[in-house]
Design a protein around this ligand. Structure first.
Ligand code: 6PG
Length: 461
């Protein structure tokens, strides 16, 4: 009998199966695509059992069965659950490792609970390589069931700098997929911030691809130690197969998306979460499709400040912190609204290795939220407050310069605006309230006495 089962054996599923096997567990694999099962059979390894029917797959597993579904999110997951359900026993554990929408996971969790089946919606980050060598895992659902699968998940997960596995129980219902959704929203935000910094480097500082690659590689050893710095350096230095040029100069500048970042924005709007960097990053992808491309290229003939490169590093470091801060702010609002108890240091820890947004800053975030500290925003923490004080002038300088050059900086500017708002005692929302009360008698609160007020703004005739 095999200890673990995986349904869906395309690259992610196959690599996860190999990862489970490499960590000493036996695994059965099944796919509706026979070729994928044949590929598993080619390993000729008794710890890696290929199965060719739903029945053969389910009956090959020891009980309670532990089955990871690793297929495209959406309808295929419901179809798979419908196929599996008649073959399972009460107490069996199903994990969905796709990028499922948390609303679907909430629904499936409750539907399966009625059948006595434990359902764990699990965010998996790190792409193909992560799946094989150690992904970050974000499992949410039934905690008792999690304990049953924890030894396998902890074995296959990436390990942080302390050797701790990048997985821990997130919370009930669809909270695991929620956390993965927030991971992806932060991913969109930080990627867009990198793109804006790249734009300033090439158009204002006049740096070549090779120079920029070196700059990002240096930052990866310095202020912005992050997987995205590492791969940005790699992307910028890659030569093209088809021309003598760098490939980056031939990649069409239209950003695609499968939409998990958009989902974070949708729920952020629902919750009223001020996630401006994520919002601008989502909109920047839309803009990359919408632009007519009829304008002139930016030509910067002005001065290039000698500290520009250092200030770009500081701007990127601080704006990256804002992207994370907005993610954690939304998580806190979601936890309150959906009655989930979320453990923020554990979430930061599970992002410290294996995932796309991994960076050295996550250790500082883990510390900021340690000991159950409830922060309305991450910049209330002393470390991040100091970072803000130190790097704000650099962020401001970069945005000023980009503005003068005519380079859009939607996420860098959103980060600056966020920081200039979160501690601001006199945002001008009083005027909005006055206008609302004027045209619609919507009432307002006062800052000097309790109660609800309405002003008679004009004489009724
Ligand atoms: C990860 C990635 C992964 C995927 C994104 C890409 O954590 O491993 O986030 O899930 O690459 O979904 O998303 P877009 O296609 O929307 O950019």
């Amino acid at each position: 009998m095999q200890q673990f089962g995986i349904i869906g054996l395309s690259v992610m599923g196959k690599n996860l199966a190999l990862n489970v096997r490499n960590n000493g567990f036996s695994v059965s694999g099944f796919s509706i695509d026979k070729k994928e099962v044949d590929a598993l059979a080619n390993y000729k390894d008794e710890k890696l059992k290929p199965t060719y029917s739903w029945e053969e797959f389910v009956s090959s597993l020891e009980k309670p069965r532990k089955i990871l579904i690793q297929i495209a999110a959406g309808k295929p997951v419901d179809e798979t659950l419908a196929k599996l359900l008649p073959l399972l026993d009460k107490g069996d554990i199903l994990l969905d490792g796709g990028n499922s929408n948390f609303h679907d996971t909430n629904r499936r969790f409750h539907e399966l609970q009625e059948h006595g089946i434990h359902f764990i919606g699990m965010g998996v980050s790190g792409g193909e390589e992560g799946a094989l060598k150690g992904p970050a895992l974000m499992p949410g659902g039934d905690e008792e069931a999690y304990k049953e699968v924890a030894p396998i998940l902890e074995a296959i997960a990436a390990k942080n700098s302390d050797g701790h596995p990048c997985v821990s129980f997130i919370g009930p219902e669809g909270s695991g997929h929620y956390v993965k959704m927030v991971h992806n929203g932060i991913e969109y935000g930080i990627m867009q911030e990198f793109s804006e910094v790249y734009d300033v480097l090439r158009k204002v500082a006049g740096k070549s691809n090779a120079e920029m690659s070196q700059i990002f590689a240096d930052w990866n050893q310095g202020l912005v130690q992050a997987y995205l710095s590492e791969i940005t350096a790699e992307v910028l230095k890659q030569k093209d197969d088809l021309t003598p040029d760098y490939v980056i100069d031939h990649i069409l500048n239209v950003a695609s998306y499968k939409g998990t970042g958009n989902w974070m924005l949708e729920d952020g709007v629902h919750l009223g979460a001020p996630i401006s960097v994520v919002a601008e990053a989502v909109l920047a992808r839309f803009m990359s499709k919408a632009t007519t491309r009829e304008g002139k290229e930016v030509q910067w003939n002005g001065e290039v400040p000698i500290n520009l490169i250092d200030n770009l590093a500081k701007a990127l470091q601080l704006s990256q912190a804002v992207a994370y801060a907005q993610g954690f702010q939304q998580l806190k609002m979601a936890a309150d609204a959906y009655h989930w108890e979320l453990h923020y240091p554990a979430i930061a820890q599970s992002w410290e290795a294996g995932c796309i947004i991994r960076s050295s800053m996550l250790k500082d975030i883990e510390k900021a939220f340690a000991n159950g500290k409830q922060l309305n925003n991450m910049f209330q923490d002393a470390y991040f407050n100091k970072l803000m004080e130190q790097n704000l002038p650099a962020l401001r300088q970069v945005i000023e310069l980009a503005t003068r050059a005519g380079i859009p900086t939607p996420t860098l500017s959103a980060a600056l605006n966020y920081l200039e708002s979160i501690f601001n005692p006199s945002l001008p929302a009083n005027l909005i309230q006055g206008q609302r009360d004027y045209f619609g008698a919507h009432t307002y609160y006062r800052n000097d006495r309790a109660g609800v007020y309405h002003t008679q703004w004009f004489e009724e005739k």
